[in-house]
Design a protein around this ligand. Structure first.
Ligand code: MRU
Length: 329
């Protein structure tokens, strides 16, 4: 199995840099950005040049190295932690690295590399556990991009698909295009097609038909934050997909590593939802899409209640919502 190398630290703590795939250019161009300052990294995270909760977490871990070597202290680390508020992996990684580093950039690099290695291993385990759900002939539905491009490994929601494909299981994937920034159409479709996996892009508003017609019989998405009771924030549109899956009898799974579960967040009502710039909906490539004078509402995520979720595919196996609190202890 080969995957895009979404991010990679090169060099030592003093002069090293984080190389990332510039995801806003995909699928038309595969180009890399070299980030050697905290400001450049924060800008890349905010623009979604690097995105997806685990990838933001690992980038944030390496960002601590940049912040500390630039002498930016707690204010710099806080700026980094709040660059994207919903994906808990970012704050989790920044807090973990800064607690270990105690102000020392070399120690920060040591811990960031550990977080990176753990993410790669978690993705592989999620892939193995989740692959047991994928049967020959199935249609597997996903939303946004929770693949290699969203992690430093083989992905979360797409990892079971990679593992099943490598084992010779024949199945199809339906990828919601994911308005407004098209992570499904641009990123999921790109990485699955590169891997030789049969992928069909549909508009988000076509998901219910695809499920009703049993073209897809299983849904797996990623997550940006999972509360103690199992309520899950993920890319906006996930909630409607879960409702449609429930109506049409398709099991709906969330695939995520432990770093996406937040013991400090009791229910979905406590999850901060990032609202993004209106122009993401108003424009595409500079062309105006919405009528002048119309208001725009652009939440980047929504919360799917735990009772719509069949299970959580984690590095330690497939859990039920009722098992989360004990598992996190
Ligand atoms: O706004 P994005 O592209 O960062 O949103 C990404 C998602 O919603 C993913 O599904 C989630 O972060 C999980 S990534 C393994």
């Amino acid at each position: 199995m080969s995957f895009p190398r979404t991010l990679q630290w090169q060099g030592d703590a003093k002069a090293g840099r984080l190389t990332i795939i510039e995801q806003t250019k995909l699928p038309s161009e595969l180009i890399y950005l070299e980030l050697s300052s905290l400001d450049a990294l924060i800008d890349a995270i905010k623009r979604l040049a690097v995105r997806g909760a685990p990838a933001i977490g690992v980038s944030g871990a390496y960002g601590c190295v940049l912040a500390l070597r630039e002498g930016l202290g707690d204010a710099g680390l806080e700026r980094l932690a709040e660059a994207r508020p919903t994906a808990v992996n970012l704050r989790w990684a920044v807090e973990r690295v800064s607690a270990f580093a105690k102000g020392d950039a070399s120690r920060a690099l040591e811990e960031a590399k550990r977080i990176n290695a753990e993410d790669v291993a978690a993705c592989e385990s999620i892939g193995k556990h989740g692959a047991t759900l994928i049967k020959a002939g199935m249609g597997v539905h996903t939303h946004c991009n929770a693949g290699a491009l969203a992690t430093s490994g083989m992905g979360t929601a797409l990892a079971p698909m990679y593992v099943a494909h490598a084992a010779g299981v024949k199945f199809k994937v339906f990828a919601d295009e994911t308005r407004p920034l098209l992570q499904g159409a641009r990123l999921t479709a790109w990485e699955l097609a590169q891997a030789g996996i049969d992928v069909t892009v549909i508009g988000d508003d076509m998901a219910a038909i695809v499920l009703r017609e049993k073209k897809s019989q299983l849904v797996i998405t990623g997550a940006d934050r999972i509360a103690l009771n199992g309520d899950t924030a993920n890319k906006v549109g996930t909630y409607s997909l879960a409702l449609a899956a429930k109506t049409h009898g398709a099991p709906f799974y969330i695939a995520a590593p432990r770093s996406t579960f937040d013991a400090a967040t009791k229910t979905g009502a406590d999850i901060p939802i990032e609202e993004r710039n209106e122009n993401e909906l108003r424009q595409w490539n500079g062309a105006q899409l919405t009528a002048k004078g119309a208001k725009v509402f652009n939440p980047a995520f929504d919360v799917t209640p735990a009772d719509l979720i069949s299970g959580y595919i984690t590095e330690d196996g497939i859990l039920q919502a009722s098992q989360i609190a004990k598992w996190l202890r």
